[in-house]
Design a protein around this ligand. Sequence first.
Ligand SMILES: NC(=O)c1ccc[n+]([C@@H]2O[C@H](COP(=O)([O-])OP(=O)(O)OC[C@H]3O[C@@H](n4cnc5c(N)ncnc54)[C@H](OP(=O)(O)O)[C@@H]3O)[C@@H](O)[C@H]2O)c1
Length: 251
Amino acid sequence: MKDAFGIPQSVLVLGGTSEIALATVRRLVARRTRTVWLAGRPSPTLEEAAEGLRSQGADVRTVAFDALDPGSHESVLGKVFAEGDIDMVLLAFGILGDQARDEREPMNAVRVAQTNYTGAVSAGLVCARALQSQGHGSLVVLSSVAGERARRSNFIYGSSKAGLDAFTQGLGDALHGTGVHVMVVRPGFVRSRMTAGLEEAPLSTTPEEVATAIELGLRRRTETVWVPGMLRLIMSALRHAPRAVFRRLPI
Ligand SMILES: NC(=O)c1ccc[n+]([C@@H]2O[C@H](COP(=O)([O-])OP(=O)(O)OC[C@H]3O[C@@H](n4cnc5c(N)ncnc54)[C@H](OP(=O)(O)O)[C@@H]3O)[C@@H](O)[C@H]2O)c1
């Protein structure tokens, strides 16, 4: 169960090597979180991530999870929930893709869509049902400002995040009143493995800053979190900019 401040005792991360997710879990383990499940594609990086959290005192287990294999989600995630209640699921997997290459090679674009959207629909629904039968818990989903309005420079990734974001909002409404809290997190440019080598965007942030915002969102049971918060205002203006203006913006 969460404590009086909304900090979860047990956490399941989908995308267990995500730098944003690990910064978040490190922060939570330093508070009260004791049990951590890292679900992800088996790799030395996943095991190192687990070891790092163990050295902080957490009880950590890894589980093989592939967003691109939705047919396995029910059994893989079902086994995790069968081991005990999960107070927070952090859906953190995702790929950025390479816009220019993905436009040329549609099967690569499909992979971005299937990972970021289809995989999240499947895993999100499985986790939502399990949380609902517990009657408590939070589902925290890493969306992106890129989903707020598709940009020429990354509309394949952006459209997958738009789908994920809409799905998560709807799921949050469906679970309203059940005791389960659903939170959409919309970071801007985060300096992580995903963006390594890319030109930094204005208002760029760090995994630790996203982690801080997630912790605050859990405490307040917020439904939508922007990181940094200023992006909410900026995107609200950009969302309404005329197409002819928007397409000329250097973003
Ligand atoms: N970085 C940013 O600027 C930014 C901004 C807004 C939103 N986000 C979102 O935040 C989330 C975390 O990003 P991050 O910055 O922490 O990047 P990251 O460190 O690259 O993490 C991405 C995670 O996705 C996992 N993943 C990719 N394909 C997968 C699959 N088929 N099955 C299971 N896991 C898979 C990766 O696992 P492997 O180790 O197996 O590759 C990794 O754990 C993503 O959803 C991203 O879209 C990031």
